[in-house]
Design a binder for this molecule. Structure first.
Ligand code: C2E
Ligand code: MG
Ligand code: MG
Ligand code: MG
Length: 292
């Protein structure tokens, strides 16, 4: 084998690689096992209409519930899932589970709402996302018009032609499409114009420092105006304060998500928000104060 050649350079390379590669392989193996053992969960974060305070949707956010380590954030394992190919089966599980849950709530007579599912770059371009969504919808009975797929702006910017092809196939199925983390992906406006999407989601990085950052306020209001000029709805991510909510409302932003309303919740807890919606109650108080 390579070792018998006695190359020091190889040994050095080998030693250097083992640590990172071993950790990666271990995480990848644990990830596959976690999926098989049913340790994955979807949490749901409300999407709220800024004008009425009413619940309009839920974003499904993946959690890995490890018996030893507790909740593991998707930021830690989605990149490994992406580069190892685990994203294929994992993404299928997410789509199936989100559609099953959405249909369960409908069966319980709870108000209808959109379920938004995140789709990452490799999942979008290298797996059969069209087949996976068709199957998830058929098997669950959840209607296509209530399923929204979120694709990051950077994924669309990476391979715009391929992305356009896939987006069109998804659109033919009757799904809704959203561009996630908008403002961070350097997509050209020329491409953006051609993407058949319904919603722009302003990245939380532009919301966080409102009202202290004049730049971020300018960027956010420009994205709202741009989205509306293109006939799209605009949602602000990561809204945590009343000041941010009021600013976005004044700028005519359509919807928001964020801790100001709720953190992502397990399905059982999210059902309480659906009960509130059924009772006709707003999720948050949206009345502007006298000063506005
Ligand atoms: P994202 O889709 O942009 O989701 C928004 C993230 O912001 C979520 O983090 C959410 O919990 C968090 N967030 C929501 N409101 C607030 C707020 O008011 N303040 C702050 N500081 N954070 C807030 P999370 O759940 O850790 O997910 C991180 C990313 O992982 C997601 O970003 C998404 O890109 C990816 N992801 C999550 N679930 C899935 C999945 O099922 N499939 C794929 N491919 N990616 C996923
Ligand atoms: Mg998202
Ligand atoms: Mg986002
Ligand atoms: Mg993000």
């Amino acid at each position: 084998g390579a070792k018998s050649r006695g190359s020091n350079a190889w040994c050095f390379f080998h030693e250097d690689m083992t640590q990172a590669a071993r950790e990666r392989l271990a995480l990848e193996a644990r990830l596959r096992r976690a999926l098989d053992l049913g340790h994955m969960r979807l949490y749901y974060q409300p999407q709220v209409d800024l004008a009425t305070g009413r619940l309009v949707g839920a974003e499904a956010l993946l959690r890995w519930l490890d018996p030893e380590q507790g909740l593991i954030s998707p930021a830690r394992f989605i990149p490994v899932a992406e580069s190892s190919g685990v994203i294929g089966p994992l993404g299928i599980w997410v789509l199936n589970e989100a559609c099953r849950q959405g249909q369960r709530w409908r069966d319980q007579g709870l108000p209808e709402l959109t379920i938004a599912v995140n789709v990452s770059l490799h999942q979008f371009l290298l797996t059969d996302i069209v087949g996976a969504t068709t199957q998830a919808l058929t098997e669950s009975g959840f209607p296509a018009r209530l399923l929204e797929l979120e694709i990051t702006e950077s994924a669309l910017a990476e391979k715009p032609e391929e992305a356009l092809f896939v987006l069109n196939r998804l659109r033919e199925q009757g799904l809704r499409l959203a561009i996630d983390d908008f403002g961070t992906g350097y997509s050209s406006l020329a491409h953006l114009k051609r993407f058949p999407v319904d919603l722009l989601k302003i990245d939380q990085g532009f919301i966080r420092d409102i009202p202290n950052s004049a730049d971020d306020m300018t960027i956010s209001s420009s994205v709202i105006a741009l989205g509306h000029a293109m006939g799209l709805k605009v949602l602000a991510e990561g809204v945590e304060t009343r000041e941010q909510l009021q600013f976005l409302q004044q700028k005519g932003c359509d919807c928001f998500q964020g801790y100001y309303c709720s953190r992502p919740l397990p399905a059982e807890d999210f059902a309480r928000l659906l009960e509130k919606e059924r009772a006709g109650l707003p999720q948050v108080e949206v009345q502007l104060s006298e000063a506005d």
